[in-house]
Design a protein around this ligand. Structure first.
Ligand code: TXA
Ligand code: MG
Length: 318
């Protein structure tokens, strides 16, 4: 077993593994990350091997203090300062022009780097103790559900990482919001744990279209992604078939009279933040039950509802 409760000893041990070029799965407030020394290209290459990504997909560099952003991006801009002041540590990733020291494998050859400062004591202590920024995608295999608990990582990657730090359940539960700064404009590349509304309160309107219309923005913007192994569809009464084992994921309550094999509720209070925090863990639980079909109820696309719907749409496209 290589799963350890996160404490100062296990974090120190994990930091030694990072320094030696190994892989550490660690908790963040959004989802668990699969981390390696972000300045060591060979260590970073192991991440791609283990995740089995079909192509190189740029990684997020995780830092433990706002100030070190300047080591990885030369950009100076008031709005970026406002964003880091207000939202770091937290579920916001900034895509900015990169400096020389960032290895190409981290950015997949892009001239930009994605950076964030996670809001989780274990992640911050690990980065600090490692003395290097940690490159980390979500700690799942390509296209699978993202992990929000150590046991999710253990199930898919348990034998492939050197150590898994267990820091409990990720309290945001969906990945960070990614925005790119390009020619004086901000573009939303991925809705996530920080709402677009909250960002716009600080810096005004941000764009949602593509940065470069000829290229896909982020390889993670594939139409399918984050998928359970069981077929998943949006709820529709016509899909109810008593011969099938059907599990459902409702937003607030179950008002449907049908013998479901399992019923999960995202948020009994109808709170989108709570719903986001439970999204992946409920999907992981449903996935374990060998169902024929998972039906999900759409949620309102405001605030964190946008991130939830993005993940559900992608899961339903598989
Ligand atoms: O909450 C999160 O962001 C989690 C935790 C572990 O921090 N990480 C995460 O990483 O979700 P990953 O690799 O699963 O998703 C990162 C996304 C990918 O879609 C990638 O394409 C995009 O960020 N990305 C990274 N660098 C980029 C860049 N230079 N330009 C555009 N997109 C980039
Ligand atoms: Mg991911």
């Amino acid at each position: 077993m290589n799963v350890y409760k996160a404490n100062s000893d296990s974090i120190q041990q994990a930091a030694e593994i990072i320094k030696r070029g190994g892989l550490v799965a660690f908790p963040t407030e959004t989802v668990y990350g699969l981390g390696a020394d972000g300045l060591n290209p060979i260590a970073v290459a192991k991440i791609f091997e283990v995740k089995k990504r079909p192509s190189f997909n740029p990684l997020i560099l995780h830092i433990a203090d706002k100030d070190s952003l300047k080591k990885f991006s030369p950009i100076k801009n008031e709005k970026i300062d406002l964003l880091t002041e207000k939202f770091w540590p937290g579920p916001l990733t900034l895509v900015l022009p990169k400096t020389e020291i960032v290895p190409d494998i981290v950015t997949s050859g892009n001239p930009t780097i994605a950076v964030r400062m996670p809001d989780h004591p274990v992640a911050l202590q690990l980065i600090e103790a490692s003395g290097t920024p940690i490159a980390a995608p979500s700690a799942n295999k390509f296209g699978h559900l993202s992990p929000t608990e150590a046991k999710h990582v253990e199930k898919y990657l348990g034998d492939k990482v050197d150590i898994i730090l267990d820091g409990g359940k990720s309290f945001v539960g969906v990945e960070s919001t990614i925005i790119q700064f390009h020619e004086n404009e901000f573009y939303l590349l991925r809705p996530g744990g920080l709402s677009k509304e909250d960002i716009e309160k600080e810096i005004g309107k941000i764009k949602t279209g593509k940065v470069n219309p000829d290229k896909p923005n982020a390889p993670g913007q594939l139409p399918f992604h984050y998928s359970p192994q069981t077929p998943l569809k949006f709820f529709n009464r016509r899909l109810l078939n008593k011969k099938k084992k059907i599990g459902v994921l409702f937003f607030k309550e179950n008002e449907i009279d049908f013998p479901f094999a399992d019923v999960k509720i995202l948020s009994p209070n109808g709170n989108l933040r709570e719903a986001a925090a439970n999204l992946f863990s409920h999907l992981h639980d449903l996935e374990k039950e060998n169902l024929d079909l998972i039906l999900v109820e759409p949620v309102e696309e405001k605030g964190l509802g946008r991130a939830i719907m993005d993940r559900l749409r992608k899961a339903s496209n598989k």
